[in-house]
Design a protein around this ligand. Structure first.
Ligand code: HEM
Length: 499
């Protein structure tokens, strides 16, 4: 017994010395960015387990500078907290920072990184990003997107008009955005109360509310096979349910696909596959298998749904808190659009409304610390070394609240985006970066900006939105996982406008 315990002690002591030597050698080889001390292997638990992680890291940046190094379990994270470090890493260093780290829940949901958003930097990722980008551009041609949005919005605005008292706006925005993505991805226009869409919203809400903060298994993946948390088990069931819905939609499309006819985003994927078949391109066909294609659809659906609905929810939240801005948007919409419904051609003249949307995107934090990047080679930022395989995060909140870049950063002020003639400034403020930058910049940016603006303009054209009588405006929000801020479930009342 004594020998056994001596042996265990010797092994543990050996392992600790080994780890210490490894740590010292690693430190000596690289000039790593600075960061606070932590317990080795556990890391900065109080920071990475906190929903307010973005604010905590921004505070550390005041002490350590804009590039902060942290440990999450055995992983090293480098967090970028100002625009200069972000542009240096993501743009100046080309593809150095364009990788994605593996993490257990991401690998699980993307069937081993077969999607775009969580796939590592590779030829396959580039190809899938290219065909998905081409498919999205299809919606920007002619009046396809505009018709889709107008039809969809009318359905829900009519339903909203039936509300006699205060109601939770979030429930409507969820429906509007899900139905919109149903049309884009699956070519389906479903009735307002459709049970399938409602069930899908519930699944997505469960996934993002319960699991947005990540998993123990993400930080300590090697413990996954020894000890599985209850949260992880539920996640496996829910993610399989979600993927099965998408697989079913994909199968139905495959069975009814007619070459040359493009009904929706899934058809665009099938057309890309057909083209590869016609060209006999075996290498491309190999990476265009059904799993990859379903994963691309999943990315467009989920990357598009949550960001869009949270952004619109924030916009309406600010409009109810600041009725004076709402009124100015409505004056502009009435002047530009007249008696018609806002359309794409009005977009370039809706400067004030767009400035309010951009300002609400600055002040809200719908993506927290964004999607983690990873260095694909040894690189540098701000004079520090960043070794290959390091997880790199962008603190969008810090960029959007940086007092060096924004006067009174906590104030809602759309004029930051407008010139002296009330037009959108031709160059947006540098530190406004909700869609990120560089090789991994949001693939849906060109679709999301007009889509959300048009949805907001349609809403404000039809209704005056206010808080229920007696409810005082406040700026409360709740955290949903990894630094994501969402407005608390507020209620609004709507009054039809005559404009
Ligand atoms: C307000 C709306 C949106 C915001 C704020 C937003 C923001 C972002 C951000 C910050 C990233 C991570 C970039 C990085 O890794 O540095 C991202 C990635 C991505 N977004 Fe968006 N997004 C929005 C809407 C959309 C929409 C509507 C779509 C699709 C229709 C979309 C598709 C994607 C995809 C596919 C990626 C992964 C790109 C890659 O890894 O190569 N997004 N988005």
């Amino acid at each position: 017994m004594l020998t056994l315990s001596m042996n265990t002690q010797t092994i543990l002591a050996g392992m600790s010395i080994g780890l210490f030597v490894y740590y010292v050698i690693k430190r000596m080889r690289y000039r790593l960015p600075p960061g606070p001390w932590c317990i080795p292997l556990v890391g900065h638990y109080k920071i990475y387990s906190s929903p307010e992680i973005h604010v905590k890291i921004a505070k550390l940046a005041k002490e350590y500078g804009p590039i902060v190094r942290l440990s999450a379990g055995p992983q090293t994270w480098v967090v970028l907290n100002d625009i200069n470090s972000v542009l240096e890493a993501m743009v100046k260093r080309k593809a150095d920072f364009a990788g994605r780290p593996h993490f257990a829940s991401g690998d699980m949901f993307t069937e081993g990184g077969k999607d775009i958003a969580l796939a590592n930097y590779s030829a396959s990722w580039k190809f899938h990003r290219k065909i998905a980008g081409k498919a999205l551009r299809h919606y920007l041609q002619g009046d396809l997107l505009e018709n889709m949005i107008q039809d969809n919005m009318n359905k829900f605005l009519d339903k909203m008009a039936e509300e006699k008292g205060p109601f939770v706006f979030k429930e409507y925005v969820d429906l509007m955005v899900f139905h919109q993505l149903y049309t884009i991805c699956f070519g389906e226009k479903r009735p307002v109360d459709d049970p399938e869409v409602k069930e899908f919203i519930k699944l997505d809400n469960d996934l993002s509310e319960k699991f947005g903060a990540g998993f123990f298994e993400d930080i300590f993946p090697y413990l996954k096979n020894i000890f599985t948390t209850a949260k992880w088990k539920v996640f496996l069931v829910l993610s399989e349910e979600v993927l099965n819905i998408l697989r079913k939609k994909f199968k139905e499309h495959k069975e009814t696909f007619q070459p040359g006819v493009n009904r929706d985003f899934i058809d665009s994927m099938l057309i890309a596959k057909q083209e590869a078949k016609d060209e006999g391109d075996e290498a491309v066909l190999e990476i265009l298998d059904d799993t990859h294609l379903v994963q691309t659809i999943s990315d467009i659906f989920f990357a598009g749904v949550d960001t869009t609905r949270f952004t619109m929810d924030w916009f309406v939240y600010f409009m109810t808190r600041f009725p004076e801005f709402q009124e100015k948007c409505q004056e502009e919409i009435d002047r530009v659009v007249g008696p018609h419904q806002p359309s794409m051609k009005d977009r370039s003249k809706l400067d004030y409304t767009e400035a309010c949307l951009f300002e609400s995107m600055r002040l809200s934090n719908v993506l927290g610390l964004g999607v983690p990047h990873m260095t694909i080679c040894d690189s540098q930022i701000g004079g520090y070394d960043v070794p290959k395989g390091t997880t790199v995060l962008i603190n969008f909140w810090a960029l959007h609240h940086d007092p060096k870049q924004w006067k009174d950063p906590e104030q809602f002020d759309p004029h930051r985006f407008l010139d002296e003639n009330g037009k959108m400034k031709p160059i947006k403020p540098e530190s406004w970066l909700p869609f990120s930058a560089g090789r991994r910049v949001c693939l849906g940016e060109t679709l999301a900006k007009p889509e959300i603006l048009l949805m907001c303009a349609n809403l404000l054209k039809r209704f005056e939105i206010s808080l229920p009588e007696g409810v005082k405006p406040n700026l409360e929000y709740h955290m949903q996982g990894f630094g994501v801020e969402l407005p608390s479930d507020y209620k609004i009342v709507v009054k039809e406008r005559s404009g």
